[in-house]
Design a protein around this ligand. Sequence first.
Ligand SMILES: Cc1cc2nc3c(=O)[nH]c(=O)nc-3n(C[C@H](O)[C@H](O)[C@H](O)COP(=O)(O)OP(=O)(O)OC[C@H]3O[C@@H](n4cnc5c(N)ncnc54)[C@H](O)[C@@H]3O)c2cc1C
Length: 555
Amino acid sequence: MEAKAHSKQSYTKPGQISWMEEDLAQCSRDFAPLAEERDAETGRDDVSRAKDERKIHVGVIGAGFAGLRCAEILLDHGVQVTVLEARNRLGGRVHQENLLGHAVDMGPNWIHGTLNNPILNLAKQTGTTLSTVEDHPCVFDQNGEVISHDKATELLDLVWEIITEAFKYSNEESSNISLERSLKDFFIDQIGKKGLSQQDQTLKYFWLEECLDGDNLYVASSHAKILYKIADKALKHADIHLRTKVINFENKSSLEGGDRKVRVTSTENQTWEFDDVVVTIPLGALKCGTPKFEPPLSPAITNAIKNTSYSRLEKVYITFPRAFWESPESESTTTTTTTKSTFQSFANFLHPIYSPSENPQSWTLEVNSLSSTITFGTHAQPTLLFGIYGPCATHITSAINTLSPSSPEYFHVIDDFFRPYYALLPNYDATNPHCRPRAVLATNWQNDELAGYGSYMNFKTPEPREDGGEEGLGEGSRLEDDIRALRVGMPERGIWFAGDHTAPFVALGTLTGAYWSGELVGMRILKGYGRALESVGGKEVVIGNGENGRGAGDG
Ligand SMILES: Cc1cc2nc3c(=O)[nH]c(=O)nc-3n(C[C@H](O)[C@H](O)[C@H](O)COP(=O)(O)OP(=O)(O)OC[C@H]3O[C@@H](n4cnc5c(N)ncnc54)[C@H](O)[C@@H]3O)c2cc1C
């Protein structure tokens, strides 16, 4: 997700269109071919589609942003929608918890890219508070010594320079790059130094990490109001079943003849029959082989699910009686360079070797302070937000998995792990009660089946399997084709996929991508039944920017 802070402007020539932009435009154009494909299967033509006036009933499986946006689009066009959601709440990975009176996001905190981003527009419509976080990182070296501001800036510039080069190289040379070549290899080649990046993302597909242009904004007041807004239509007009976990999809006509229907079964053995289903179950869960599909999914989709990968990001909030790291100057508008060079809002702890018992692998950590009233206004809180990835995140979530968040053990596991790092922040004094946390809260997506045992889709280098082979792409397969296969789904069987793993490339693995994916599938279904043509006013369909909570193509 960090790479998503960068934009393509820095590596494409003026006027040049990147693969990402090409793909985004394509997503807006590809309704007609899909409808034709479906007609070929069903024997229907444009005229009969236009006359298909019966009530269509679509089952939307999962009520995250992809499912809710899809439901909204379908309901707007008169389709009957039933939403089946396994949790007892809406929102999926968008979820808030209460941390000493503050609503904090357990999933996304950032809007990545401000240009034509529907989530940004929804934030504006709902009066959600957004913050621009100052980008003056304080970097601690492996011994816990602060790297000087000038040196840190120089290193950061170097990192971004190499990332820009990596984007360019991946974008232009993807077909010649082996899957095993990671971004880390590229870094090592470029600078001959370790410690600046620990990502095992495959360089071949690094171009897919390009993001929407514009800034990254922190959602200070949480995503709660955005969620209410996007859920509004479904809450009013859809038939929503919470605590309903789907375990089986069966194409009825294949067994009993007659109309093509999809029969959906839940753990409680309840069944529904739909004309079409939109499966927004996270990629990580699909990779585990649940739910089942009868007959099995096509080889293209099965391979796509196998080939794509899922990341492990977790967040840890630690709240103090007051923000001890702040000096009075850091809250003033005339912040001194000295304060900036110590700690303002971000800090990185590179390969720490000063906490061998808690962090023997020297996992790199990063922290974000949420305390500045200048940045966060009334949502400022004396809280540090740590971001942890991969094995480090697995280590923490395994340690807390069986503990109650209100138990002293939970508190101690987290406090003991993170103390060596917050103790490096300005004004820390172990004997000062202001420097002792009042509350801690960690996410645990890795142990959450309904979140796919992780956080979002990403592009990892293939992992070795026990039999000596590799988990990942087969010979000659291309990740972009896999993602396209998921986007297309199996219209002939009435089975569609949406979610952050089926998004336009520019927004893969993000909330914006999930929202767009739901919108696109909704429009494809409407198109397939000849319903969208009238309402979108012609073929110039563009995917929505969230204005008025509706897609631009909704007329
Ligand atoms: C820690 C973390 C940080 C993130 N940071 C950012 C960020 O800063 N910016 C950003 O843009 N994105 C971020 N993301 C990614 C973003 O949250 C996701 O891309 C997005 O929320 C995915 O939405 P979705 O609808 O595809 O999936 P989900 O929100 O996961 O929705 C899927 C729904 O399906 C339900 N479900 C699962 N299995 C079943 C079943 N068998 N039957 C019925 N229902 C089922 C689930 O309960 C869930 O409600 C982050 C994610 C995480 C976890």
